[in-house]
Design a protein around this ligand. Sequence first.
Ligand SMILES: NC(=O)c1ccc[n+]([C@@H]2O[C@H](COP(=O)([O-])OP(=O)(O)OC[C@H]3O[C@@H](n4cnc5c(N)ncnc54)[C@H](OP(=O)(O)O)[C@@H]3O)[C@@H](O)[C@H]2O)c1
Length: 333
Amino acid sequence: MTTTMNAIITTAYGATNVLKYKVAEKPVHGVNEILIKIHATSVTNAHTAMRTGYPLIGRLFMGLLKPKNRISGTDFAGEIVAVGSNVKKFSVGEKVFGSTDIEGGTYAEYVKVSQNGVILTIPENLTYSQATAIIDGATTAFPFLVDHAQIKKGNKILINGASGSIGTAAVQLAKYFGAEVTGVCSTKNVDLVKAMGADYVIDYTKNDFTKAGKKYDIVFDTVGKSCFKDSKKALRDNGIYMSPVLGLRMTFDMISTLRSKGKKAIFAATGLLKEEEKIKNFRVLRDLLSKGKLVSVIDRTYQLPQVAEAHRYVEKGHKKGNVVIKVTEEEND
Ligand SMILES: NC(=O)c1ccc[n+]([C@@H]2O[C@H](COP(=O)([O-])OP(=O)(O)OC[C@H]3O[C@@H](n4cnc5c(N)ncnc54)[C@H](OP(=O)(O)O)[C@@H]3O)[C@@H](O)[C@H]2O)c1
């Protein structure tokens, strides 16, 4: 059996030229681990941040001067090719999808994952590409909506950046939880956001939601393009403003509203959730996917040697949903 594989190797922080397509050592799985032949992986905004090493705070987890993990990528969909002697939860041949988070390793032909990690079998109605594509947006949107906003039937929620990875998942999940959803996007994405289930769509190139006079229980700015100060006008008395994007302004707003009984600003990092929480959430999401209540949105697909090109596209900030890297050429991909 061959001991090498093709992968994207990164040995320094920097521009997309640090992503090099090379031959690497194939991972060797331990007794509690699973070896997966990856069929599809994704390129997300988190990966472009991991590549550049900015914001600097991320280097506390990723390596101070250079990336700790030579192979980046966090999401995978593939087939189990070997299991460790203690693995009881999975078996060879099963199709699985999941996330390795800051451990990375998915820009490659193979990855090893703990049997207790964020990994589940792929619902039969999904291809490998669809399975990997949904992970980033759905696993990020879910804890924001459920844990932080405690979203419930009848809530009015506005989702800014509704056409992106987190946005397309957030619109579908908020609808599933029974909220009245307003999506904010540009003209070319109005149909997509409606197709995700939004009740109302605001085209940000024509109207500013903070000045439209409508009030929401939750404003979820998935792309961090608005601010709490302006969005307060669109919030009900004890409404919540949330964003997965942390800047100085958001940090200040979050600290200053921490004890507020009125409007609050909330940032959270999904990657910092406890492993048990991540798996619990992932199970719920898998169930929704299997029932067709949540679907993947794929903008572009690249091949493994083209990861740098995919990064350049993602960095532009205009993708619709998600960007997939096909690692193999199989019918089900
Ligand atoms: N905290 C966490 O745990 C966490 C986890 C994952 C990601 N993130 C962060 O979350 C952010 C969003 O990620 P993402 O992958 O969902 O974004 P994305 O997919 O790259 O978002 C792109 C979408 O946003 C739209 N957009 C651009 N400017 C806009 C504006 N001014 N108003 C409304 N929509 C606009 C674009 O459409 P148009 O170009 O047509 O306008 C495009 O469809 C990133 O900064 C990422 O790093 C945080």
